[in-house]
Design a protein around this ligand. Sequence first.
Ligand code: HEM
Length: 426
Amino acid sequence: MSGPSSYEPKTAFERWLDVRLPIIRMANDTALDFPTPKNLNYWWTFGGILAVCLVIQIASGVVLAMHYVPNAGLAFDSVEHIMRDVKHGWMIRFIHANGASMFFLAVYIHMARGLYYGSYKAPREVLWILGCVIYLLMMATAFMGYVLPWGQMSYYGAVVITNLFSAFDGVIPGLGTYITTLLWGGFSVDNPTLNRFFSLHYLLPFMIAGVVGLHIWALHVPGNNNPTGVDVKSKSDTVPFHPYYTVKDGFAIVLFFIPFAWFVFFAPEALGHADNYVKANPLATPAHIVPEWYFLPFYAILRSIPDKLMGVLAMFGAIAMLFAVPWLDRSPVRSMRYRPTARWFFAIFIVATIILGWCGGQLPDDVILPIGKSETGAPTGFTVVWLSRILAAYYFAYFGILWFLKNEKTLPVPETISAPVLAEKV
Ligand code: HEM
């Protein structure tokens, strides 16, 4: 923890416990008295929001697992049973399904905040990398969870994504086949696949909880970054976490629940796919297989490259870039508030990623800008796949641009956190 402990046991019991298991001291130093920069804005509330999302997913998931049956012949019907027969089952399922989307929305905001304010820079590299590990675990968990209802999209999503690993046959002959067979537990997506996905889908959130513990620990050693990116210089730059940020985070969590509840109660299927209400049928491939919205940018990167192995490498590479960002960005200034050039490239990066997501939801050969007509009369022109290629190239280029912006001309960086806070008041 940063700084000496400020805890003083008040009762005889607290004194007794403190020399045996200083758990109240730890809670006090990390969640009550923890000195927190006084200028944190609302983007800093998303860490707390994410913690609440994780708890909601685990709690609702545990209840769903009481009624769900991980068997290829029974899974689909057991989900219908939850929806129709189990008391409030529909609500628990919609909380869990929409909760996954809200969780990803919050994590993307949390990551973008980190990228903008340079929270990944020294001494917070380990904190950032642990965040990237959490993100990978979240993606694996969400992917496997989506397979469980055993609808058409569940089944074919599993087929498409697990088959990607067969591309590694191009690296070492037999390696890809070995991995896919291991994932499937057989020679196709089937009952053993569903069983292991269920087991891992139950396990991984607890691993996420463990890594979140490390993430918070790694946060509490250097302490929070802040919108100026300037280090805490004195006690006057900080306020105690409680009540200042417990109240602010609490308020943000309540606000976050409003759109969450709206989705659950008014548009519970808006983010889902109608095909997943059709039972999995290995003999009828849907016309258009799409993953959930939060995977779409990576799906677009995958499809933008005609070669399967290169597409898979590009998709994993897009995530790997995040791990490397603390070393790719060499600017001595943390916050993009004072980096006018980097800020523009960052804004384009966010827009490019969102449009990539849109591309991932379209058919690759759909024409966006018609130029002419083919012999059959179908429009020809600039297609979704070409837009994906340009945006994917920018996605990767962004990290190179950060590298080259080492000596960017920055705006004057304040001496202390307090300087701009007090300047606003006069
Ligand atoms: C279950 C998912 C996650 C939870 C529960 C979580 C929780 C938190 C909490 C409570 C904080 C402190 C408050 C705040 O700064 O918002 C924090 C800070 C941070 N998190 Fe996460 N986090 C998660 C995922 C991630 C991911 C995926 C990344 C990046 C890839 C990340 C990167 C960071 C960074 C860099 C900070 C320091 C922020 C700063 O002080 O500027 N986190 N996280």
